[in-house]
Design a binder for this molecule. Structure first.
Ligand code: CA
Length: 541
């Protein structure tokens, strides 16, 4: 049974007394499933039909304790689709999507960085390195929403990063990579940061990883707390767990390996979404790795060691795949959800995390698939997060409903060395900083400034929605990225095609304003004293 359908049963509180009685009297067979709500749990009852009941833990606590021991094993026998199981392994690749959090364009060794990253460097060397690879937004939540759906986060309504206890989330109706692959017979697992909505929070009825296509999940709603070391806020399949000992990236890699060893069944291909928390602040790194960077100030050494620790965790995962002869037929994608908050980590790029200048959005991009892709390639064509969904859909031959909603284009022809034509320009919208929007066509990027006087609370608050709906650009910048990667020479006044670029970005803004999800119930505005001036990169510098 499809996980999202199960969640709808849970949402509908589809409680059936007769089924409950049969269950308790032991006819038929039953499956325990962790519920999205930690105070309740769900029991599946099979009598040839897919019927499900929800029991509250207080009412049935004894039953729960007996069933808990059976849960993990049986959970997966339920959530695996029944079709396409026989020939998937031969025809479809395993897919491993690895995302770093706040890693800059120039952090990895193979991108000229100072951190020691042999595993990711080797992955790039034996695969494809993208030098113009883009996150979907300059911040966590919107970028991950674009990655999961192939749709611009501003259309999805993910206009901002998602603060704790906030209504904004990736809507259940959106189809994620995990849902698309699950339908194609993939066994799916999420490991690490989520940041697409509230996790295991009774106050918010947000779709959980299981509702978005992941049949297994261990991770956090947002960042590892109190830091990467011994995090206390991990949630496994809807259940909050206690402090875990160790560093976040190693814990996440260990869980992914454990999933492969004990839960994954090799008659299906797998999709693993590994979203490391590193190197997002608060950084914590093993002292022996920090000691390898004595020439750097302590804070920088801690950051670089953090990148190295992430690389070691990636190496551990790859070693596991190689040991089981799974590496060669695994399509591996590595990137970061936005640019670094550390300027040096973005190399020559202008600005950093939260800005739509290149430093906020251009990130490392590596794709490796030994069985199919030529090694040692460098691709300069612009590509990015929103392209991943259509690319994977093409590779696994999945039918995409509402294809016209996709903002990304399949880069499968590009990966194979064939002609590639982007269907829609890449663009980035982030209203909390200025410029508010960037749109790239070939080598040129146009930026729009609203020059508003909006002051900002830290949250996405009620007046912001109307600001997004009504804002207008009052000035523009244009850069030729092939000539000017650092965006130092604004050619808007001199470029012959400037008016066309202006028209393109205005039209795209209009589409956001017409089609972007409208949040009706947002937190109220904050008192003026809690507000900050909107960040402007030029003024900041
Ligand atoms: Ca981030």
């Amino acid at each position: 049974m499809k996980a999202s359908r199960l969640s709808r049963f849970i949402e509908n509180r589809n409680y059936d007394d007769r089924l409950a009685r049969e269950l308790i009297h032991g006819t038929g067979w039953m499956i325990f499933l962790p519920s999205v709500n930690p105070s309740s749990f769900c029991i599946g009852f099979s009598d040839g039909k897919e019927r499900w009941i929800l029991l509250k833990s207080r009412e049935q606590c004894l039953l729960k304790s007996v069933l808990l021991a059976l849960s993990t094993l049986l959970f997966f026998s339920c959530s695996t689709p029944e079709t396409n199981q026989q020939d998937n392994q031969a025809t479809k690749p395993n897919i491993l999507l690895i995302i770093a959090d706040d890693m800059g364009y120039a952090d990895l060794g193979c991108f000229g960085g100072k951190a020691n990253t042999p595993n990711l460097d080797e992955l790039a060397q034996n695969g494809i390195k993208f030098t113009n690879f883009y996150a979907a937004a300059p911040n966590c939540s919107p970028s991950r929403a674009g990655l999961m759906t192939g749709i611009s986060p501003s259309i999805l309504g993910m206009y901002n990063y998602r603060p704790p206890k906030h209504p904004m989330h990736l809507l259940d109706k959106e189809v994620t990579i995990a849902e698309m692959l699950h339908e194609q017979g993939y066994q799916t697992g999420h490991f690490g940061k989520w940041h697409l909505g509230a996790l295991a929070d009774e106050e918010f009825d947000h779709p959980q990883p299981i509702d978005q296509g992941f049949s297994y999940s261990l991770g956090t709603e947002n960042n590892a707390q109190p830091s990467h070391l011994n995090p206390v806020n991990f949630i496994r399949n809807g259940v909050k767990i206690r402090e875990l000992k160790g560093y976040s990236c190693q814990l996440v890699a260990n869980e992914a390996i454990s999933w492969l060893d004990t839960i994954y069944r090799e008659d299906n291909p797998f999709f693993m979404y590994v979203a490391f928390h590193e190197p997002h602040a608060k950084v914590a790194s093993p002292p022996e790795l920090v000691a390898k960077y004595p020439e750097f100030p302590p804070k920088d050494a801690e950051y670089l060691a953090n990148i190295e620790n992430l690389d070691l965790a990636v190496g551990k995962l790859l070693t596991r795949l190689k040991a089981n002869n799974q590496f060669d037929n695994t399509l591996i994608i590595f990137s970061s959800d936005n640019g670094s908050y550390r300027q040096a980590s973005n190399g020559a790029l202008k600005a950093k995390k939260s800005f739509v200048y290149e430093g906020g959005i251009r990130v490392p991009g590596i794709i490796n698939w030994t069985n199919k892709l030529q090694s040692g390639q460098t691709i300069e064509e612009a590509a990015g997060f929103v392209d991943i969904f259509p690319t994977l859909a093409e590779i696994v031959n999945a039918k995409v409903e509402s294809k016209e909603r996709l903002d990304g284009t399949s880069i499968w022809p590009l990966l194979k060395g064939e002609d590639f034509k982007r269907e829609k320009p890449l663009y980035w919208f982030f209203y909390r900083t200025t410029p508010e929007m960037a749109l790239r066509t070939d080598n040129k990027v146009v930026l729009g400034f609203s020059d508003d006087t909006l002051t900002l609370s830290h949250q996405f608050v009620s007046p912001d929605m109307d600001y997004i709906r009504n804002m207008r650009f009052t000035r523009y910048e244009l850069y030729d990225l092939e000539e000017d990667i650092s965006q130092q020479k604004n050619i808007f006044q001199s470029d012959n095609e400037a008016q066309n670029f202006q028209k393109s970005i205005e039209q795209q803004l209009n589409q956001i304003q017409e089609r972007g999800h409208y949040w009706k119930k947002l937190p109220p505005d904050k008192p003026a004293k809690q507000k900050k001036q909107k960040k402007d990169w030029v003024r900041l510098k």
